[in-house]
Design a protein around this ligand. Structure first.
Ligand code: NAP
Length: 265
């Protein structure tokens, strides 16, 4: 990695460092001695604030957590005019309109950039309450093979792409080393936490009803359920990108569960 030391280089602008991935990027950049300037994600939508934050910046860690692309053209325009490179945290699975559009805007902007795509993160906190309370984890598609990537591994790749040359134009698909089914993932967490945990399959219609009652638009719910259904016959594949780029194998889901077992007890 290019050695960037405090006070003798431009800072990295990290947007959303309170986030699942962003907090690890911030910690890893700090450990590498890289100067970091932070910006709250909503400030991406305020061009004047973004413009001020981008002054003198070498590289930007960018996420787009918004469902639409509203404001994206302005934000990417500001970044393209002011910064050296952008590393964009994107998705490979159910892709939000905003993420697709930001990727296209970056490609058309001329700014040097790298796209990091993941299917899903290992952060399985949506199951924590049920597992802690001893309840079954109810859901549709327990046999769907999903490939969660550890957020620390995404962060390690992001830090390299922010600091090293050689990643311009790359679209990296980051995965874990295997694709356990959702039911297996619940079992793995239970083993790591030392308490019984199991999946209970519910019909697709019941899962859809739950999604709608928690505010998901019908098209989003149907898209997510179609996606999970397809992964029963066609599990998400594993790539070697994390190891290829960092020299260290991607962490397994079991390793994530072991390191976070306290959250499930
Ligand atoms: N989570 C996944 O499973 C997953 C899978 C594949 C790809 N991705 C992609 O990776 C990116 C990073 O994911 P992540 O899980 O690290 O993000 P996250 O933790 O959900 O959010 C990152 C930051 O965005 C801000 N934020 C979150 N939701 C927001 C909202 N609705 N409106 C405004 N600001 C919001 C917060 O920053 P501030 O408090 O600083 O504003 C937060 O720290 C996502 O944008 C997504 O495109 C996620």
């Amino acid at each position: 990695m290019t050695d960037k030391r405090v006070d003798d280089t431009s800072p990295v602008l990290a947007v959303g460092v309170s986030g699942t991935v962003g907090r690890h990027v911030g910690l890893q950049l700090a450990a590498a001695g890289v100067r970091v300037r932070t910006l709250a994600q909503r400030e991406l939508l305020d061009p004047a604030t973004l413009e001020a934050a981008a002054q003198g910046v070498d590289a930007v860690l960018l996420g787009w957590p918004f469902p639409t692309a509203d404001g994206a053209a302005e934000a990417v325009g500001v970044l393209a005019r002011n910064v050296g490179r952008v590393v964009f945290l994107s998705s490979a699975a159910v892709r939000a309109e905003g993420e697709v559009e930001v990727e296209a805007l970056l490609a058309g902007s001329g700014v040097r950039h790298t796209v990091l795509r993941a299917y899903g993160f290992a952060t399985a906190l949506q199951w924590a309450e049920d597992i802690r309370s001893g309840a079954a984890v109810q859901g549709y598609g327990g046999a769907a093979g999903l490939n969660p990537v550890d957020e620390r591994d995404i962060a390690a790749v992001a830090v390299r792409a922010l600091n090293e040359d050689g990643h311009d134009g790359a679209r990296y698909l980051l995965t874990g080393p295997e694709s356990p089914t959702q039911a297996e993932q619940v079992r793995i967490i239970g083993e790591a936490a030392g308490r019984p945990a199991h999946w209970e399959e519910i019909p697709r219609e019941a899962a859809r009803h739950r999604m709608l009652t928690t505010g998901r638009p019908p098209a989003i719910a149907d898209g997510a359920l179609d996606f999970v259904h397809a992964r029963i016959a066609d599990p998400e594949p594993a790539t070697t990108t994390v190891q290829d780029l960092t020299g260290t194998p991607a962490r397994s889901f079991r390793a994530w569960a072991t390191d976070h077992a306290a959250l499930f007890r």
